[in-house]
Design a protein around this ligand. Structure first.
Ligand SMILES: [Fe+2]
Length: 344
């Protein structure tokens, strides 16, 4: 009853909150998300403010959420599926839980290279997977490509997390797509031989091990380091200043640095399809993109949105084109190759 009373009162306020020319909708949108960042809650609040549509958030691991939506079948309350990693978005599509969003706004806002060709998902944000080094020791010579990480001159120097993390699986899957099976086997054996220690921890723990001398090179996503640059702690900012970033594969004929995206999809059985469409389009607005870019230090997918200064400090780069279906198709083989090579 209280809710009914509130709704009766809200319309008087809505014209103030609504974007000009937009009809005011009510109700909710159910978002199943495998992203767990505080920034996302601010994003959903901003959507509710702009539209009056409440966001019902169900969080979980990507594969579990895909399974859950599949099991819920036609009765699933899920409207939108959000996750990190293009391969997992492609798996959601393959599992039959998504449908084309059909939005001309999304197609116009998000570059084609950051969308599923059939419209089943699109990227909301991106992060590059880069090589990090100790500026005090200087940039490592001859290290400009992911492929160079296998060079015996870097024996005992590399810190990287476990092979089975999706960030590494997708990186190896992209190398497999570019270089083929034999070269990827050789690459993985070379990297495994160059590890400074058995893989442990998350991305942050890799570059954190550089100053104490546990390793001289680390593989990490950009936003983890950027968070240190934006930290309140002087020690964190000092670490940020000390770590150098190499964006790999930047040569004129090379494929560009591997980026990992977060993306969203319209669920095939979405009960609130109109609200879901508004939510998905909202994700591509400058307002939403700025919340993602400045809040979680990711690269936006639309132009004209400012980057966080910590990302600007890392420099510019060219990104590899994303083929979610191919990353998904290569994932199992890529993981087997890494594990066979002794990168556990
Ligand atoms: Fe992450």
């Amino acid at each position: 009853m209280l809710r009914r009373t509130l709704f009766a009162l809200i319309p008087a306020l809505l014209p103030v909150l609504a974007a000009p020319g937009q009809a005011q909708a009510q109700g909710e949108v159910a978002v199943y998300s495998a992203r767990h960042y505080d920034t996302d809650r601010r994003l959903y609040d901003a959507f509710t403010q702009a539209t009056g549509i409440r966001v019902r958030l169900i969080e979980g691991n990507a594969d579990q959420l895909i399974e859950r939506i599949r099991n819920e079948g036609a009765n699933s309350p899920a409207d939108v599926f959000i996750t990190v990693d293009a391969a997992r978005l492609a798996r959601a599509k393959e599992a039959g839980i998504t449908q084309p969003h059909g939005s001309a706004i999304i197609d116009q806002r998000v570059p084609a290279g950051l969308r599923d060709p059939q419209g089943h998902w699109f990227a909301l944000s991106q992060r590059a997977r880069v090589i990090m080094y100790d500026k005090q020791r200087g940039a490592p010579q001859g290290l400009t490509r992911y492929e160079d990480l296998a060079d015996p001159r870097f024996r005992g120097q590399i810190c990287v997390r476990a092979a089975n993390h999706p960030y590494n699986v997708s990186l190896a899957a992209s190398i497999l797509a570019a270089d083929g099976t034999a070269a990827t086997e050789a690459w993985a054996r070379g990297v495994a031989a160059n590890l400074a220690r058995p893989p442990q921890g998350g991305d942050r723990d890799q570059f954190r091990a550089i100053p104490p001398g546990q390793c001289t090179l680390a593989i990490s996503n950009t936003y983890y380091l950027a968070h240190f640059g934006a930290s309140e702690s002087a020690a964190d900012r000092e670490l940020f200043e000390r770590i150098g970033v190499i964006f790999p594969n930047q040569g004129p004929n090379d494929r560009g640095a591997h980026v990992n995206i977060s993306g969203a999809a319209l669920v095939r059985t979405a009960p609130n399809k109109a609200n879901a469409a508004r939510f998905l389009e909202f994700l591509t607005t400058n307002q939403a993109q700025e919340i993602l870019a400045l809040g979680n230090m990711e690269y936006p997918v639309v132009t004209g949105v400012p980057l966080h200064p910590a990302l600007v400090a890392m420099g510019t780069f060219r990104a590899e084109a994303i083929n979610g279906d191919r990353l998904a198709a290569n994932a199992a083989e890529a993981l087997q190759i890494m594990q066979r090579a002794g990168w556990r």
